[in-house]
Design a protein around this ligand. Structure first.
Ligand code: GLA
Length: 454
């Protein structure tokens, strides 16, 4: 019991330390990142459409505006590895590959800014980037200044080819300070805990002070087993991860691979729902030129994005694992909760899961009552529930049902109200709707009548 109470307090507490003081990432960052989909394709002769080149980023920027991505919040067009020339300039400054980025990064930044978007770039704390291009080690100040001069808005700082754990940690800190010193607002995306964990348990209080988000776990792949392993790992470490997240600093479970090849529809729904629960940065790694309307609709779903971007800024957690079902929940602003029910069974058809609302929102999600909306896989008003209702959902194999619970606030009602019951046919205390969970909006009107708003 003590352990459970402690876990609850830990998970509900705010972040243990102040965030990096650059005023950025007050909600999880949203944007596009090529790595998972385009990797290190540098063959612009054979594959000009898909190679890492300025053309690719310009096309994505155009589409982010014309196809509604920007309107729903995707803002950062990011460059990942393999943009560099094989050597620095003679003066030590970085240089983009002249063939693939003939106009240079400054020009690309202007282009992206002219579309109302922001540009992200990639470098590495060590001597080489993960793909073997010149790293920032020994050049932190010069590189930070170069990025600022070019008009870069985000730096993803990888952790390959570091000398030792001390230089890795010091390098991440140093680059944060160097970016800050440039005077330009540059969001700082780290992989510090991912690389330091083999040597020491990450100190998230410290990491939060230097980074706007941080990768904890290995690279995502375009597969269900990869998404599944990220979820399992995150749940296993949630006692330390969840309190670390908050406005200004977020755990980063890696890119969204929705719209690619490896995830079924239900698995795409699961990724979107759980990335919202985890308050994850939403970096799509897909081809915005070729994406199905269904995947696009999922990635642009405003209700899910609103959960991800909730201003309270608390990360959700796995509440329970019940055979093949997992229930996750996340506190939201205005006494609301997001709840995700994931069916891990990889055989059979849709499965029913029934559980009491009293388990949700730390026992308070539906006190005295709540209105529940199913957000995914399709939007549906489920109606009004009390704190002791039985909630039933039907979940496809490897799929997720995402719900939003909106609590009624007792102080909005007169003090003589001691409880709340469903009212059907104008009869107070008729619990028939509670029994079959068929509360409708008529019931809400009735309930409000009974509760006599002040
Ligand atoms: C690492 C990172 C990836 C990607 C590649 C690029 O593996 O974790 O996200 O940036 O490097 O080489």
């Amino acid at each position: 019991m003590f352990a459970f109470v402690t876990l609850v307090l830990v998970l509900l507490g705010g972040p243990g330390a102040s965030a990096l003081d650059n005023g950025l990432a007050l909600t999880p960052t949203m944007g596009w990142l090529p790595w998972e989909r385009f990797t290190c394709n540098v063959d612009c002769l054979e594959d000009p459409e898909n190679c890492i080149s300025e053309q690719l980023f310009m096309q994505m920027a155009e589409l982010m505006v014309s196809e509604g991505w920007k309107d729903v919040g995707y803002e950062y067009v990011c460059i990942d590895d393999c943009w560099l020339a094989s050597k620095r300039n003679k003066d030590g400054t970085l240089k983009a590959d002249p063939k693939r980025f003939p106009s240079g990064i400054g020009h690309l930044a202007n282009f992206v800014h002219s579309r109302g978007l922001k540009l992200g770039i990639y470098q590495d704390v060590g001597t080489l980037t993960c793909a073997g291009y010149p790293g920032s080690f020994g050049y932190y100040d010069i590189d930070a200044q170069t990025f600022a001069d070019w008009g870069v808005d985000l730096l993803k700082f990888d952790g390959c080819y570091y000398k030792d754990i001390e230089s890795l940690v010091e390098g991440y800190k140093y680059m944060s300070i160097a970016l800050n010193r440039t005077g330009r607002s540059i969001l700082y995306s780290c992989e510090w805990p991912l690389y330091s964990r083999p040597f020491q348990e990450p100190n998230y209080t410290e990491i939060r002070q230097y980074c706007n988000h941080w990768r904890n776990y290995g690279d995502i792949l375009d597969s269900w087993s990869s998404v599944k392993s990220i979820l399992a790992w995150t749940a296993s470490k949630q006692e330390s991860l969840v309190p670390a997240a908050g406005p200004g600093g977020w755990n980063d479970p890696d890119m969204l691979v929705i719209g690619n090849f490896g995830l079924s529809w239900d698995q795409q729904v699961t990724q979107m729902a759980l990335w919202a629960i985890m308050a994850a940065p939403l970096f799509m790694s897909n081809d915005l030129r070729h994406i199905s309307p269904r995947s696009k609709g999922l990635l642009q779903n405003k209700d899910v994005i609103a959960i991800n971007q909730d201003p309270l800024g608390k990360q959700g957690y796995r509440l329970r694992k019940d055979k093949n079902f997992e229930v996750w929940e996340r506190p939201l602003s205005n006494l609301a909760w997001a709840v995700a029910v994931l069916n891990q069974k990889e055989i059979g058809g849709p499965q029913k899961y029934a559980f009491s609302t009293s388990a949700l929102g730390q026992g308070l999600g539906c006190v005295p009552a709540c209105f529940i909306t199913q957000i995914l896989p399709v939007k549906e008003e489920l109606g009004l529930y009390t704190w002791i209702s039985l909630l039933k959902v039907l979940v496809n194999p490897t799929g997720t049902v995402l719900l939003k619970l909106q609590a009624y606030q007792p102080d909005e009602y007169s003090s003589h109200t001691t409880g709340v019951g469903f009212v059907s046919n104008n009869d107070t205390n008729d619990y028939s709707d509670y029994d079959d969970n068929n509360a409708t909006s008529d019931d809400i009107i009735s309930i409000i009548t009974v509760l006599e708003p002040l």
